[in-house]
Design a protein around this ligand. Structure first.
Ligand SMILES: Nc1ncnc2c1ncn2[C@@H]1O[C@H](COP(=O)(O)OP(=O)(O)OP(=O)(O)O)[C@@H](O)[C@H]1O
Ligand SMILES: [Mg+2]
Length: 234
């Protein structure tokens, strides 16, 4: 049965789509069957996937892609769970109803937050939704400049903070432009390392304890100490 990770954040532009694509591709590169579900009417992830199809050929993107309206997400996820290992849902900003259905369908919620006051303040609404639905949640600091005091202050304010974080790196955006992700375009880049560490952390959270223990036990890469530690040491 697939594990479902929903990327949610009511604040627009926090990095939901960027994070969803990168997690999905990294999981696929590890040999998993991965479905991506876009319930955002803006269709950014759909756009990315269509560029990907032009590049790799239809049916060869390494992902099963579905775009649908939020109210159908429950039944679609139930269907996909049988054939996939992981399902990644990208949700829209500003819509509580759609986000709620996507949160309800998930095993884990990931909330990207940029180190800005407005992102911080908007995060509570999404955290409350996840808590109301009793779904485990992690907050992901995204687009971080590690030497920023503000990022550290905001990290200290955030509950459920993920150990991993993503830096402010052009490669995250540039790779999406060509229908790919950082781990494909520059596998040894810092951006790719950050994504791999994030995926390692997410897998440890959603996977049954007895599955793939060896990987979960692998040490986190040296440069990828916990997000708070990285910011403190900067
Ligand atoms: N870690 C990062 N480093 C650099 N740029 C980033 C990073 N994460 C996201 N971005 C950029 O920030 C912008 C917003 O990202 P994205 O579209 O993923 O956010 P979103 O939460 O999906 O937005 P929306 O709420 O509109 O759906 C994009 O231009 C994207 O390229
Ligand atoms: Mg988006």
């Amino acid at each position: 049965m697939a594990k479902v990770i929903t990327i949610a954040q009511q604040k627009g532009g926090a990095g939901k789509t960027t994070v969803a694509a990168h997690i999905a591709v990294a999981l696929s590169q590890k040999g998993n069957r991965v479905a991506v579900v876009d319930i955002d009417p803006q269709g950014s992830l759909s756009h990315w996937h269509s560029i990907r199809e032009e590049k790799f050929g239809e049916g060869y993107t390494g992902l099963t892609f579905t775009s649908l309206s939020g109210w159908r997400v429950g039944s679609e996820v139930a269907r996909l769970r049988r054939s996939q290992d992981y399902i990644i849902i990208d949700s829209p900003p500003h819509t509580e109803t759609e986000a709620r259905t996507a949160i309800r369908a998930a095993d884990l919620i990931l909330i990207p937050v940029q180190p800005s006051p407005t992102d911080l303040w908007a995060t509570k609404a999404t955290l409350d939704l996840a808590k109301a639905e009793k779904v485990p949640v992690r907050v992901l600091l995204n687009r971080v400049n590690t030497n920023s005091r503000l990022a550290q202050t905001i990290a200290n304010e955030l509950p459920e903070l993920a150990e991993s974080m993503l830096g402010n790196r052009v490669l995250f955006a540039a790779s999406l432009m060509e229908g790919r992700c950082a781990t494909e375009v520059e596998p040894s880049s810092q951006a790719a390392k950050e994504v791999k560490n994030l995926v390692k952390e997410l897998l440890a959270l959603v996977r049954d304890a007895d599955e793939e223990e060896d990987e979960a036990d692998a040490p986190i890469e040296k440069s990828e100490k916990s997000s708070k530690k990285q910011l403190e040491n900067a």
